[in-house]
Design a protein around this ligand. Structure first.
Ligand SMILES: *Cc1c(COP(=O)(O)O)cnc(C)c1O
Ligand code: SF4
Length: 341
């Protein structure tokens, strides 16, 4: 396969979905964008209904089911947007949502109401206003470039973005959040890596991946191009039912990141985005999974489990917790008196 699959009919033609589901899935696609890159389509085992790659990218009728608490703006981005394209919730860092398009459209996306082809990139005027806001706000030490997926932009546009950020004295760190190195590794050329590396700025790339199979040899090579260019990488994963909700699968993913020189950063609890109930776990299940990782997996491979509190109240680590009243639990579940007597 050489081209992205961008609608249910193309998915049926590619043999990834049965023809009898076409009509139902067209209703889903009318509401939420669909795209699967060749690299991800090639990974899907269409004979396996529980395939973890398919669950992330193939549309499902379950997306038309609303669950209590779901919202079009599940983490309250709108309440913290001083100008178009900027979300500024924490004093020292802001998001710059430079584009609304992505290489793939994830079925669990928390911005699924705002991303899609044709939703476009910021206009030059809006981008000027966003830079003006950053320049006028000295507390902003880090700019987190997101979207959509910022690495769908050309190296030339990325270079220009970096040059403009480098010109703002108080901005010291730029972080990109992306799925591209895994889902479309051929896009991460040496030219793109060089465009991110910028004199006077520390640049990080946070790779979003949810299953070890996404880290193919090509994906690992794409990440190596970034890291070798002087761009350190961290990871971001969303806890998803039927994708990565066992200790074995999570451990394999975290090890795959570390092997790729990517430091595991966050395991996100699933947000209450519309039509994502079939992919969500409970906080208790997430905490148990994290406990299972602790005794078994290198400290280097441990992510922090975080929840973005609905309504725009911010991200917090949600455990697990090992400290009780005058006792501490060990990685295998035994309690011990502390301080020792
Ligand atoms: C998640 C998020 C960040 C980044 O938070 P970190 O904990 O620094 O990774 C920044 N701003 C907004 C609005 C966010 O939602
Ligand atoms: S790449 Fe990110 S922004 Fe785009 S659909 Fe997936 S989760 Fe959403």
């Amino acid at each position: 396969m050489t081209r992205p699959l961008r609608n249910p009919a193309a998915l049926v033609t590619a043999g990834l979905l049965p023809p009898e589901r076409l009509a139902g899935l067209e209703r889903v696609a009318a509401q939420y964008a669909v795209a699967i890159t060749p690299a991800m389509a090639d990974l899907i085992d269409a004979t396996d209904e529980a395939d973890p790659i398919a669950r992330q990218f193939l549309p499902s009728e379950a997306e038309l089911v609303a669950s209590p608490g779901e919202s079009a703006d599940p983490i309250g981005d709108d309440t913290h947007s001083p100008v178009e394209g900027i979300i500024h919730r924490y004093p020292d860092r802001c998001l710059l949502k430079i584009t609304h398009t992505c290489a793939v459209y994830c079925r669990f996306c928390f911005r699924r109401e705002t991303v899609g082809p044709g939703k476009g990139t910021l206009t030059p005027e809006a981008l000027d206003a966003a830079f003006a806001y950053i320049a006028a706000t000295p507390a902003i030490w880090e700019v987190i470039v997101t979207g959509g997926d910022p690495l769908v932009l050309s190296p030339r546009r990325l270079r220009s973005l970096m040059d403009r950020l480098a010109a703002i004295d108080h901005v010291k760190v730029v972080r990109f959040h992306t799925r591209v190195p895994a889902v479309e590794p051929e896009r991460v050329t040496l030219e793109l890596a060089a465009a991110l590396r910028t004199e006077g700025l520390a640049v990080y790339v946070a790779l979003h991946a949810n299953h070890a199979r996404e880290l193919t040899l090509e994906a690992r090579a794409a990440c190596a191009r970034l890291v070798d260019a002087g761009v350190p990488m961290i990871s971001q994963t969303v806890l998803l039912a039927g994708v990565n909700d066992t200790p074995e699968v999570l451990a394999e993913l975290m090890r795959a990141f570390v092997e790729t020189r990517i430091k595991p950063y966050y395991l996100h609890h699933g947000d209450y985005a519309p039509g994502t109930g079939h992919l969500r776990k409970s906080l208790g299940e997430g905490r148990d999974l994290m406990k299972a990782l602790r005794g078994n997996l290198s400290g280097l491979a441990q992510p922090t489990y975080v929840l973005d509190i609905p309504g725009g109240h911010g991200k917090v680590p949600v455990g697990p917790d090992y400290v009780g009243d005058e006792q501490v639990e060990d990685p295998w579940g035994q309690a011990h008196t502390y301080p020792p007597r």
